[in-house]
Design a protein around this ligand. Structure first.
Ligand SMILES: [Zn+2]
Length: 398
């Protein structure tokens, strides 16, 4: 039996018998205590709009197009209310830190960012939200977006986003990457880009990003999200670029939940699963995290801010079943996103911020299998959510 002692929002002692004499005790015997989840890749500006969108072909391009009309009608209060609802749901289900991409383009301007920043402020007592200025429509394809990116960072966006593969050719893609690194240098920001979210193995902006990170010395400050085309590329390219990612300290945000439904739609027979090379990246020692990515939006009609659900679906996508695999799966929704977001006070350890959650099961595997909500969630040592489930079985006994 190990005691975890929390004082002033931090874990101050950890070990057998450490709780003797403390004011308030929560008996966690037989239950699973984890650090609260970190969702390292979500789009809070787009959540909860699926019902209002026209149907589309289910692809990334179809989803981006279907959202345009709705994005034009965004208001700050509309984005704020939807983002706040998903932050609150995420906290109920054990996530207390989130990193959200927010569209910055000439369709929505800075309205999505203002809405998400307002929601983050509304929820500052229960969660911490980082924002990424994300040029969803491209930088060269969407003239005016670059100036909006500058304005977004000045308005409070924490991280520089990107979407290089969305440009029309390799020269434009390279220029997009350069522009993002220029912005990051000018404002001293980390970078978190959408990279190669396509089945086309010939689309290779991940190498452009890795080369630029190495050349500019942006080591450990870049996260690449999705990276689907790496699965379709040849092994020679994959091996070379994975090694560069490792050297540049690039984190990879795999988002199997969304990409399982978006990608591989043109395939017949053997249908691609849409996820990046999780096994090879893991084997090479690259930091790999799993994000929720989408909640009930144009890209993905499901999702509920549950990183336990994300971990379960990702385990299916990435063939994670052994004990070591399940440890990796847990890391991918806790330590790995914390590392990508450079949260140096994260974890269940002395000195870390007391963002914790308690499950009514004895093990991580049982939590994955049974998908219960956490009994309790703490943010900075304060109890911020509690759940209870009740269920009755009515037998026909004589
Ligand atoms: Zn995304």
């Amino acid at each position: 039996m190990v005691d975890v002692v929390v004082e002033d929002g931090r874990v101050v002692r950890l070990g057998p018998g450490e709780a003797a004499g403390v004011d308030e005790v929560v008996d966690c015997a037989g239950r699973l205590l984890l650090p609260a989840f970190v969702d390292g890749h979500v789009h809070l500006d787009k959540v909860l709009i699926r019902e209002e969108l026209r149907d589309h072909d289910g692809t990334l391009a179809g989803a981006i197009g279907a959202i345009h009309e709705r994005k034009r009608r965004y208001s700050v209060e509309d984005v704020r209310a939807r983002a706040r609802a998903v932050i609150e749901d995420s906290v109920r289900l054990g996530t207390t830190r989130l990193r959200s991409h927010v569209d910055v383009d000439t369709i929505g301007g800075l309205v999505p960012l203002e809405g998400v920043l307002a929601a983050a402020a509304d929820c500052a007592d229960i969660a911490e939200v980082q924002t990424i200025a994300f040029p969803q429509e491209g930088l060269l394809r969407d003239p005016g977006a670059y100036a909006l990116m500058e304005a977004a960072i000045e308005a409070g966006a924490d991280v520089v986003g990107g979407m290089p593969h969305w440009e029309t050719d390799d020269a434009a893609r390279l220029e997009h990457v350069r522009l993002c690194f220029d912005l990051a240098e000018r404002f001293d920001r980390d970078i978190d880009m959408h990279v190669d979210e396509t089945d086309d193995g010939g689309v290779r902006t991940l190498e452009m990003v890795a080369d630029k990170a190495l050349a500019r010395g942006w080591i450990g400050r870049v996260c690449a999200g999705h990276v689907c085309s790496l699965s379709a590329a040849d092994d020679g390219y994959a091996g070379r670029v994975i090694e560069k990612c490792l050297r540049a300290g690039i984190s990879i945000a795999a988002n199997p939940v969304t990409n399982l439904v978006l990608q591989g739609r043109g395939d017949r027979g053997l249908v691609r699963r849409g996820t990046t090379r999780i096994g090879e990246l893991r084997a090479a020692g690259v930091n790999v995290l799993f994000g929720q990515d989408c909640v009930n939006d144009g890209f993905y009609p499901f999702g509920r801010g549950s990183m336990l659900e994300v971990a379960l679906i990702s385990a299916h996508a990435a063939h994670l079943t052994s004990r070591a695999d399940l440890d990796f799966d847990l890391q991918a929704v806790t330590d790995a996103p914390a590392r990508a977001m450079r949260l140096d006070d994260y974890g269940l350890r002395v000195g870390a911020r007391a963002d914790l959650q308690l499950y009514p099961v004895p093990s991580w595997r049982e939590a994955l299998r049974l998908q219960p909500p956490p009994d309790k969630v703490w943010f900075r040592g304060r109890l911020v959510a509690e759940n209870s489930a009740s269920s009755k079985l009515h037998r026909a006994r004589s």
